[in-house]
Every structure is written in structure tokens, then in C-alpha cells.
Design a protein around this ligand. Structure first.
Ligand SMILES: Cc1cc2nc3c(=O)[nH]c(=O)nc-3n(C[C@H](O)[C@H](O)[C@H](O)COP(=O)(O)OP(=O)(O)OC[C@H]3O[C@@H](n4cnc5c(N)ncnc54)[C@H](O)[C@@H]3O)c2cc1C
Length: 401
């Protein structure tokens, strides 16, 4: 800390001349590239530890989670839940007449909740004296980042550029009839029917939302069960509830091609019984995410990648000293709280604090459907495989109203 105190004091002294001031404004202890829950949390922790910090962001502060992920989907799901209550008010001894939904207003509310959260991050940046640099950042050798032709340098650069919706060659997204999660939460009109491809958390949450609002939903999953990252008994129970709610479930099924030429979109689905053509107004592709690694200068700097992730050690250091990576662009569960935990740990290590590596066998996760699924620890089939090692626990909670 004493070291940082001297550095900060020197910086104040060095800013007395305009040219030097200009230079110093572009020189930081830490620059964070990307302001999602990984990036903005890392930046706040860095600032709390006395490090001069900047965040570079090309869109809205808060990243996918606050603007296009966790927050707006949960706002949509809350509206769906309230609507379900209204539809079943009699079950609670209440009389509600003429309950209906205004899809446009539901979407509007979700956007306004997301905007509010992003503004909250803006406030936190200001409060913590973190410089926000708007624009697309590209890494340069020598611990520099270029934004719109201007270079910024730092002793440490944390890459937190996150991920986007993954596209399958058989399911190219046109943003209209074949959409990703961003479009799915901002549709102008509620579709009468929808095919959701993929039954991970994103796929089942949107299926749940649209079904509750009255859309005919078919969910297509390549693997034998829905929510395939959960335990088998959870998946089975979940599928039963999904079917009861009126969602058509196709497991062991894959979309081979789509035809968007007509009014509706047609999907050719390969099942165990042969090929089937199914039709809907819209297809939502929810087949996972792909990391934002392109054009950010990884090759120029020489940072090693593995598949579509940046390789890091327990402290999120890449192979090039002074460059770190956290969040959805590194291996591990793509979850907001994981990104934040990685950001905090990475920065605390940089600041010289004593830290322990994250235990990735003990990460909680939640799928916000009705009912919700919460789990922590290893899947039971993996646990059985690891039983010989001992000391492994698994918890699972069903919460049904
Ligand atoms: C629909 C949906 C629902 C989700 N729900 C949940 C949930 O309920 N719970 C949960 O834990 N997780 C959820 N997630 C996952 C969660 O959103 C991510 O794990 C989390 O956002 C990852 O954080 P991050 O900081 O790594 O990256 P991101 O949040 O993706 O942020 C990266 C930021 O970097 C910026 N950026 C990228 N490249 C550049 C560049 N070159 N220059 C400047 N800026 C750049 C991007 O604009 C973005 O703002 C959900 C995701 C989706 C898509």
C-alpha cells in the first residue's frame, strides 16, 4: 500500500504541467477492458485498493448481465409470474376479472429495469473515481490499449470482454425470424408461436416466459433431457412440469436446417424417429455463447487461447506478464457471480493481498423458471465417479409455490 501511496503522490506532483497531465491521464495502474460483472466489479475493487483505474466499454456499462442477460430476463420473468398468479387467482381465494398482458409494456418495463441498473454502475464508477473510456478497446504490446486511435497504458490490463450468443451453421440468426437472446427480450410484438432451440438456462427461461404470456412454445434439445447440466432426476421432474404447462418438448432432437422464405419459419428437426418439419413465427437460438475474442489484439500481444477461451492460471494471469483475463472469456461456468469473484481475486492478487484460488467444484447456479432450480457442487453422476476422493458434497433445492 505504501508503494501505491508514493506512486499516487508522485502522480499528483507530475500533473502540474499540461503536457505531463495529459500523459498521466492516459497512464493507469489497472485498465479493465469490458464493464460486465467481471470488469466493473474488478474495477471497483481495484479502486478500493488505491489503484488508479480505468474501464473501457464499447456499449452500456454493466455488460451482458445487466443490459442483456440476468437482469432484463428476470424482469420479464417477474411479469410472467405475476400474470400466472392473476390467471390462477382463484386458487388463492381471489377473484380477478379480465386479467390480460400488454406485451409492449412488459418489454418496456424490462428495458427500464436494465437501464436503471446500468445507470447504477455509472454512479458506482463515478463514486469510486474510475475513469470510463467509451469505445472499442484493442490490446497492444507493452501493456497498452488503443481506443479510437488514442493509446492508454497501465501496469496491469484485465481483459473482461465477455461473450455473445453462439450461432450454429444450421441456424444462422437473421435477427427477425431466427433470433438470439437480445432480440428475444425486445420483440415489438408477442409471437403466436416460437421454437426454442437449446434447453440450457437461457432456453428454458425464455420458454417459460413466452409460454406464460400465451405463446405456443416448442423446445428442441439435442441431448436426451432438458436442462442437461442439472442432475437427471431434476431434468425429469422439470420436463414433466414443462409439458404440463403446455410446452412441446423434443429431446434427442437437432435442427438440421431452417427455411425462412415463408410467413412462418420452418425447421427440419432430426429426431430418433426420423426427420420432422416444425413451424413457428419465430425461432430462438439458445445454443450457448461464444467469447468476444475477435479483433481485441490477442494475437498482436501473443496471448494464448484455448478453443474460444483465453488461457489463464489460478490468478487469471495470461501467458504474457501484465495481461489478465476473467469472466466469460475464460474457462469455467459462464455466470455473473463467477465473473465478479474472478475479478475481485485477480485484482487483490495484483495488489499483493493474500488470496486463495476459487473452488470451481463449489459454484452455486440457478435457473429462474417456474419452479426455479438451484444447485451447488458437482453433478451426482460426477460425484459417484469421484466418490473415492471423498469430501465432496452436493445440494439441490426445488422451490415450488
Ligand atoms: C439471457 C441471459 C441470461 C443470463 N442470466 C444469468 C443469471 O441469471 N445469473 C447469472 O449468474 N448469469 C446469467 N447470465 C450470464 C451472465 O450474463 C454472464 O456470465 C456475465 O455477464 C459475464 O460477465 P463478463 O463480465 O465476463 O462479460 P459481459 O457481461 O459479457 O461483459 C463484457 C463487456 O465487455 C464489453 N466489450 C467487449 N469487447 C470490448 C472491447 N473490445 N472494447 C470495449 N468493450 C468491450 C461488452 O460490450 C460488454 O459490456 C445470463 C446470460 C444471458 C445471455
Amino acid at each position: 500500500m505504501l508503494f501505491y501511496f508514493f506512486r499516487l503522490t508522485f502522480r499528483k506532483f507530475a500533473t502540474s504541467k499540461t503536457t505531463q497531465y495529459h500523459y498521466e491521464m492516459s497512464k493507469y495502474d489497472i485498465i479493465v477492458l469490458g464493464s460486465g460483472p467481471g470488469g466493473y466489479v474488478a474495477a471497483i475493487r481495484a479502486s478500493q485498493l488505491g489503484l488508479k483505474t480505468a474501464v473501457i466499454e464499447k456499449e452500456s456499462l454493466g455488460g451482458v448481465c445487466l443490459n442483456w442477460g440476468c437482469i432484463p430476463t428476470k424482469a420479464l420473468l417477474k411479469s410472467a409470474q405475476v400474470f400466472e398468479y392473476l390467471k390462477h387467482a382463484e386458487d388463492y381465494g381471489l377473484t380477478v376479472k379480465g386479467a390480460d398482458n400488454d406485451f409492449g409494456k412488459v418489454v418496456e418495463r424490462s428495458r427500464s429495469v436494465a437501464d436503471g441498473m446500468s445507470k447504477g454502475v455509472q454512479f458506482l464508477m463515478k463514486k469510486n473515481k474510475i475513469d470510463v473510456i467509451n469505445g472499442f478497446g484493442k490490446l497492444k504490446p507493452g501493456k497498452k490499449v488503443e481506443v479510437d486511435g488514442k493509446e492508454y497504458s497501465a501496469d496491469h490490463i484485465v481483459i473482461a470482454t465477455g461473450a455473445r450468443s453462439r450461432e450454429l451453421p444450421s441456424l444462422p440468426q437473421d435477427g427477425k425470424k431466427v433470433i438470439g437472446y437480445r432480440e428475444a427480450m425486445t420483440l415489438k410484438k408477442q409471437p403466436k408461436s416460437m421454437i426454442v432451440v437449446g434447453s440450457g438456462a437461457i432456453g428454458v427461461e425464455f420458454s417459460n416466459f413466452y409460454r406464460s404470456m400465451g405463446t405456443e412454445v416448442t423446445i428442441v434439445e439435442f441431448l436426451p433431457s432438458l436442462v442437461p447440466l442439472e442432475d437427471e432426476d431434476v431434468s425429469k421432474q422439470f420436463e414433466r412440469i414443462f409439458k404440463k404447462s403446455g410446452i412441446k418438448v423434443m429431446t434427442n432432437a437437432s435442427v438440421e436446417s431452417v427455411d425462412t422464405s415463408g410467413k412462418n419459419v420452418k425447421a427440419t428437426v432430426k429426431t430418433q424417429k426420423g426427420e420432422e418439419i416444425i413451424e413457428a413465427e419465430i425461432i430462438l437460438s439458445a445454443v450457448g455463447i461464444t467469447s468476444n475474442l475477435e479483433n481485441i489484439g490477442l494475437e498482436d500481444v501473443g496471448i494464448v487461447q484455448d478453443m474460444d477461451k483465453i488461457m489463464v492460471n489460478d490468478w487469471y494471469q495470461t501467458n504474457i506478464p501484465g495481461y489478465y483475463a476473467i469472466g466469460d472469456i475464460v474457462h469455467g461456468p459462464a455466470l455473473a457471480h463467477v465473473a465478479s469473484a474472478e475479478g475481485i481475486l485477480c485484482v487483490e492478487k495484483i495488489a499483493g493481498l493474500h488470496v486463495e484460488p476459487i473452488d470451481y467444484g463449489n459454484i452455486p447456479g440457478c435457473t429462474y423458471t417456474s419452479p426455479e432450480i438451484a444447485s451447488v457442487g458437482m453433478l451426482s453422476y460426477r460425484l459417484h465417479r469421484h466418490q473415492a476422493c471423498g469430501n465432496l458434497t452436493i445440494r439441490r433445492i426445488w422451490h415450488q409455490r
